[in-house]
Design a binder for this molecule. Sequence first.
Ligand code: UP5
Ligand code: MG
Length: 192
Amino acid sequence: PLPDDTTVVFVLGGPGAGKGTQCANLVRDYGFVHLSAGDLLRAEQNRSGSEYGELINSYIKEGQIVPMEITIALLHKAMKEAHSSRFLVDGFPRKMDQALKFEEEVCEGKFILYFECPEEEMLKRLLKRGETSGRVDDNIESIKKRFQTFKDTSFPVIEHYEAKGKVKTVSCLKSVEDVYADTKKVIDELVG
Ligand code: UP5
Ligand code: MG
């Protein structure tokens, strides 16, 4: 098990909202360990000998949520290996079953940092990034599916935590620097 003083912040927001970008800033200034569920899945997909490579690739391309056992095991392993007391868990949980299972088996989230961004802006950012990212899901067909999954499956997770008073919303419709200034206010208040 993880130490009792472990602080987990769930970082949520639609595809391309800027979760990874802002997490990198927080790592630099607050000493968080940043674990992106998507990055962990992509690394597992590329690991030679992984039995899940093809499955992960097809779920990601289709914008579907990979079966939670795989993602939770990857996150839990990375957390144990990091020996840190503060984590940004980025892009997770994005389905209700994952949220409940993770909090039961791994660690409760202290709060949710929710990066709110209109779909048209996310679309613009993802298409631009897709020119160089090499990600199998940065194309218009996959992006549409990711948006649909966000609305149908992931947004209800945010509503679940909202009802518990655990969501801190930051608007992403500003420069990276201005979004970060707002993000810092939330972190200073709740983590320090
Ligand atoms: N950018 C960022 N901020 C900007 C700003 N303020 N102004 C202008 N531009 C800005 O940013 C995206 C792009 O926008 C970048 O080019 C950036 O420079 C620019 P980024 O920080 O990468 O955004 P992020 O929110 O991290 O976008 P990402 O594409 O990573 O979000 P997703 O949630 O779609 O991707 P993730 O990697 O988390 O998941 C991918 C897939 O993995 C999922 O679709 C799913 O199939 C699978 N998955 C699971 O199955 N289970 C999980 O638990 C998690 C993932
Ligand atoms: Mg990301």
